[in-house]
Design a protein around this ligand. Structure first.
Ligand code: C5P
Length: 309
């Protein structure tokens, strides 16, 4: 089979329905019980052969995306090329719909998407395990971009166990103005715990049995009672205005309101798409966020959606 002239991969955002964070490890990372749910907000990564590595980006927040070697899509192409002894001579175009620096793993999604796209373009024959291993070397949330669905992430979040889900969960996301730095939010979590004398708990936190049961049953009300995010106090401390966004969604009838990952996107679990439209309209009218998006999960992980001959 001849190699394609370009490949496009679609890759989902995530919300963390549980994010239990231990104290800092010797390497500075935090051990997690991180229950990921992929949701139907997607970036598309298209890879085309070029003279040298180049990145472009389109979409409403394109101006906030770094187009240099710090971009996880570029790092993914370089890592795969390095492993297979070739040069990463490609143009990567990211069509970005996932909020930038929003706690929805948009940068990680682009890393997973670029890796799968380059793999398909180059026909490396890499195994799934090899691709996941490269993902883990790029960042804690990158492996989940490849697998999607629902999964428990342990270690620093990169050791994944797929989770069963018994139905579709509907969400509304309130996108904030400006992002939050993930290391800054973890640092603030450590600082708040030290200042209040809060015990960070076991070295490896555990997933909540009630939360896993709610996911398995597809029971949104039970999931709403079980969601938790240990980074939420830190995100609220760094971005106090998030409290009014969360309150606006709760007042509008969301089943649960929580900060997505390290924030500042606020996530609202709702009963149905219709309820989601009501909550979304109330959030948009509240003036407490920049944009509002509806989505559902679990969503499929990184997938090749176009392969041009
Ligand atoms: O793995 P990733 O590059 O996405 O992590 C970004 C930063 O977030 C890390 O440098 C670290 O400061 C923080 N982090 C952490 N514990 C984790 C994941 C991320 O402290 N489990």
């Amino acid at each position: 089979m001849s190699s394609p002239s370009s490949v496009t991969v679609r890759v989902p955002a995530k919300v963390n329905v549980q994010l239990a964070v231990a104290g800092p490890r010797a390497d500075g990372f935090h051990a997690l019980a991180n229950v990921f749910l992929a949701v139907s907000l997607y970036d598309h990564v298209t890879v085309t052969p070029a003279d040298s590595l180049r990145i472009t980006c389109s979409g409403p927040d394109a101006d906030q995306v770094p187009l240099d070697a710090s971009n996880l899509a570029a790092r993914a192409a370089l890592a795969l090329a390095g492993r297979y002894g070739r040069t990463a001579d490609v143009h990567l175009h990211i069509d970005k719909d996932i909020p930038v620096a929003g706690g929805m793993a948009g940068g990680s999604a682009d890393g997973a998407g670029a890796l799968l796209a380059c793999d398909a373009l180059w026909g490396t024959g890499a195994s799934r395990a090899e691709l996941l291993d490269i993902c883990a070397s790029l960042g804690s949330d990158v492996p989940f971009g490849l697998t999607g669905g629902a999964a428990l992430g342990e270690g620093r979040g990169e050791v994944l166990t797929p989770l069963e889900t018994g139905g579709t969960f509907h969400w509304v996301f309130a996108v904030a103005d400006g992002g939050l730095s993930t290391p800054a939010v973890y640092g603030e979590c450590d600082r708040l715990r030290a200042a209040s004398g809060t015990d960070p708990g076991p070295a490896q936190p555990a997933a909540s049995p009630a939360l896993l049961a709610a996911l398995r049953a597809g029971d949104a009300a039970a999931l709403a009672s079980a969601v938790s995010n240990d980074l939420q106090p830190a995100a609220l401390s760094l971005r106090p205005s998030l409290a009014s966004t969360l309150a606006a969604g709760t007042e509008a009838g969301a089943l649960a309101a929580l900060v997505s990952g390290s924030g500042p996107t606020a996530a609202f679990l709702v009963k149905s798409p219709e309820d989601g439209e009501r909550v979304a309209a109330a959030l948009a009218a509240s003036g407490t966020c920049r944009a509002v998006r509806g989505a559902a999960g679990p969503a499929e992980g990184a997938t090749v959606v176009a392969r041009r001959p």
